[in-house]
Write a protein that binds this ligand. Structure first.
Ligand SMILES: [Mg+2]
Length: 256
């Protein structure tokens, strides 16, 4: 999955409906898990509204409560482009790579609104609808991927948001690919390492020629508890054969 090309899109809008008026577009291209290129344009609000973009009071109120730095995204203080020109530039950005997966933050937000904007000009959408993807779904499957450290820049700036989301996506795809690899049978044995403390050891860490699937403080008397913890993690990863080995080891450890 991570070896495909992905583009993360983040829109800032003045509404939440499918025809919401767009005020900024940010995008990040990911190639082989690396941040490869970025796109950012502000959009003239009047231009968006003139082409069917809608606003709603709750979104306007929401923007008014944001920080001064965030509000710069919508206050017209920086030179925006007309909606059509920005869409054409975005099309060039998307067409610069072959069949990218396009990610929105929500199944019906960014890509839907963007698609409606292209439709308003009777221009073809510059992506294949079969390659639309949703970040919220993959982050629900891999919640640990949400944690990518401190937010870099100003939240609700379309490019800063897209960069942050791209980091989360890369982390989620790595977790997914790792799970897939393990499920395919690369983890075929369990090694138990007895240490006098578990500090600094974390799930997924490379240790003793494998990855840590359980870590707890204790001694050999806690072996069956540690193996139970390992079994749960292995089952959650879909590694049923290796989990069965953990179960057999638990039975043996308990002398049953
Ligand atoms: Mg945003």
């Amino acid at each position: 999955m991570i070896n495909q090309t992905h583009i993360v899109i983040d829109l800032e809008t003045m509404g939440v409906g499918s025809h919401a008026a767009i005020v900024a577009i940010g995008a990040v291209r990911i190639e082989r898990g690396q941040h490869a290129a970025e796109f950012y344009r502000r959009v003239d609000l009047a231009s968006s509204i003139a082409h069917g973009g809608t606003t709603d009071a709750s979104t306007i109120s929401w923007w008014l409560k944001q920080s001064t730095e965030a509000r710069a995204e919508v206050d017209g203080s920086q030179q925006p482009g007309g909606l059509y020109d920005v869409l054409l530039a975005l099309s060039d950005f998307i067409h610069a790579c072959d069949e990218p997966r396009l990610w929105g933050n929500g199944a019906t937000f960014d890509l839907r609104i963007l698609g409606e904007a292209y439709d308003a000009f009777h221009d073809p959408r510059p992506w294949d609808f079969r390659l639309e993807r949703d970040l919220r779904t993959i982050l629900e499957l891999y919640p640990e991927a949400k944690d990518v450290g401190d937010f870099d820049g100003v939240r609700h700036h379309a490019l800063a948001d897209a960069c942050h989301e791209a980091k989360q996506l890369v982390r989620a795809m790595k977790a997914h690919d790792r799970r897939h690899t393990i499920a395919a049978g690369s983890a075929a044995r369990i090694t138990v390492v007895i240490e006098d403390h578990a500090e600094g050891v974390h799930l997924g860490q490379q240790l003793a020629g494998g990855r840590v699937v359980a870590a707890m403080q204790g001694d050999l008397s806690e072996l069956s508890d540690a193996l139970e913890e390992a079994e749960d993690v292995l089952l959650s990863w879909g590694c049923e054969a290796t989990a069965a080995m953990a179960r057999a080891a638990i039975t043996k450890a308990r002398g049953q």
